[in-house]
Design a protein around this ligand. Structure first.
Ligand code: FAD
Length: 515
């Protein structure tokens, strides 16, 4: 019989099986058992930092049942066109194969390998390829992301399945145990390639350099979709998983009179501190401890009725240039699996809602604001992929920084007063929030930390609506708005889950029609 047992361990004993066994024996009062890690998290609230460890206990010699999370079936005659090969699109394709449906994936960008060259061009030549960049290409924004795999999704089964699929395609099994699982940018591409190879092996199609450019709508459904402004293709069902940066998709839907809504999102800056400082604060002075991972933080406050919060914190990370077009700058962050860079970075963002503007009904009101800020930052930093920057204390004091500590942002930074570049709606609240954060983490406001602007692609500023039960767009019975771009996910795991859920909704419809 299986038993679940929780104990606490000093960090230095986490890899010591003999120590763990002795603690478990004390706890359960016998020694004839096998034990297996189930969950682990760090409890750093007190000076004596401990690891909360949960184990599955089985009769001696027994192994836990091995779960298979993905298994393809023979294909039937149904097809689903999936637009976008981000986490949502790839997991939707895998789910199709589990249900015997043929997935046909269209991806505007290039495969993972070819994509690398375009990323290098952004960093070195300051040129953005609008089809292949940190957001577009195989694996979507998820490929060269940080690879933190936690989600606020409460459905344990879905989360377990998506993590299990990641492991089946090559991620370390630790991600199924850690409370805050992380893969790392260096390991994600291989996993994405393994998923694509499996989709093709099982009879699906994955087409790169294939952009959805138009729709032919008749009698409340999409009859045909157009690729690369030329060829038209008939479709059965369409999952639209194009991510939060596919602005041309929002424009296309609007032009074809497909209902859209404005959506709240968040915008601000990316702040970079030395990792040592974060460790010191979070681990009560323990810096570079070989038994503790680089520390992270999560900060939130309320300024003048608006939330200001940390977003996508990357311990031991690098700030990445995430623009999807020339004429704009955008920051985000990633880290390698070891999180061993000397810097940590995090978005610090202000909640923005359509009601902040004069025309809150306009579906593009938040998108236009996002574009305006990205363009203003591009102009302020000299119209390249360099970003406007300011030391954190100087920002709070309203002074232009004369010198900077090293920044991890490869294209480079330009000294400006961000109070003048960012809209008041954002800058004034950031300033107050930083002062509050400094009370929560002493020393947070320092000139050893650098603000890079803007952090603007936190989630989609537009919603593509869908019916709660059927997942169909209210006007188009075969359009399934999916994941982050449509406003139904935020992050890799929730996007992956939404991709699978869209396919399940399609399957319910098909079986209903057949039955
Ligand atoms: C640098 C960075 C770090 C991040 N770190 C994390 C993290 O640590 N943890 C986390 O959970 N999330 C992270 N994210 C966010 C995460 O990557 C996204 O939430 C997730 O990828 C969303 O998945 P998606 O499938 O909905 O969309 P996307 O990943 O955006 O994929 C959409 C895909 O659609 C394609 N597409 C767009 N338009 C078209 C078209 N017209 N025709 C065909 N294809 C099209 C795009 O090329 C893209 O590949 C990070 C993002 C970035 C940029």
């Amino acid at each position: 019989m299986e038993e679940i047992v929780q104990i606490q361990l000093p960090p230095e004993e986490v890899a010591n099986d003999a120590y763990i066994r002795s603690q478990l024996e004390r706890k359960i009062g016998r020694n004839n058992f096998s034990f297996f890690w189930k969950k682990r998290s760090i409890d750093a609230r007190k000076r004596n930092i401990l690891i909360n460890a949960t184990f599955t206990i089985l009769p001696e010699g027994k192994q836990p049942e091995k779960k298979i999370f993905f298994q393809a079936q023979a294909l039937g005659s149904q097809t689903v066109h999936i637009i976008g090969a981000g986490p949502a699109g790839l997991f939707a394709a895998l789910r199709c194969l589990e249900l015997g449906i043929k997935p046909i994936v269209w991806e505007r960008g290039k495969d993972v390998r070819a994509r690398r060259r375009d990323l290098a061009d952004i960093n070195k030549k300051q040129v953005v390829n609008p089809e292949s960049n940190y957001c577009f290409g195989e694996g979507g924004a998820g490929t060269y992301s940080d690879g933190k795999l936690y989600t606020r999704s409460k459905k344990r089964g879905d989360v377990e399945k998506s993590l299990g699929i990641f492991v089946q395609f090559g991620a370390e099994a630790d991600i199924q145990i850690d409370a805050h699982p992380h893969i790392g940018t260096n390991k994600l591409p291989k996993i994405i390639v393994a998923m694509r190879e499996e989709i093709i092996k099982q009879g699906g199609e994955v087409l790169f350099d294939t952009k959805l450019t138009d729709l032919r709508i008749e009698k409340g459904r999409i009859e045909e979709i157009q690729k690369n402004d030329t060829e038209w293709e008939k479709v059965d069902q369409v999952i639209l998983a194009t991510g939060h940066s596919a602005r041309d998709i929002f424009e296309l839907l609007h032009a074809r009179k497909v209902l859209l809504y404005p959506k709240p999102f968040a915008l601000g800056v990316r702040v970079e501190h030395r990792q040592e400082y974060i460790d010191k604060m979070q681990y009560h002075g323990r810096v570079n401890d070989e038994f503790l991972p680089p520390a992270s933080y999560s900060l939130v406050t309320q300024v003048e009725d608006k939330g200001v919060f940390s977003f996508c914190m990357c311990p031991g990370g690098i700030i990445a240039p995430c623009a999807t077009e020339n004429g704009e700058v955008v920051t985000n962050g990633w880290s390698p699996s070891k999180r061993n860079n000397p810097y940590s970075n995090s978005g610090i963002v202000v909640a923005i809602s359509p009601e902040d503007f004069d025309n809150p009904e306009d579906p593009f009101v938040c998108l236009d604001f996002q574009k305006k800020v990205e363009k203003a930052c591009w102009e302020a930093a000299g119209k390249s992929q360099k970003v406007p920057a300011q030391c954190l204390k100087d920002f709070v004091d309203g002074k232009v920084s004369k010198s900077f500590p090293r920044s991890s942002y490869q294209p480079g930074i330009v000294s400006v007063d961000l109070n003048k570049v960012l809209p008041d709606l954002v800058a004034k609240r950031l300033k107050k929030a930083f002062l509050d954060f400094d009370k929560k983490m002493k020393g947070f406001v320092t000139n050893d930390a650098v603000l890079h602007a803007p952090e603007s692609r936190t989630s989609s500023p537009v919603q593509i609506p869908r019916e709660r039960e059927t997942f169909q767009h209210p006007q188009l019975t075969n359009l399934y708005p999916c994941a982050e771009g449509a406003g139904y996910a935020g992050g890799i795991i929730s996007a992956a889950i939404d991709g699978m859920n869209c396919v399940d909704a399609i399957q319910s419809k098909i079986s209903g029609e057949l039955g």
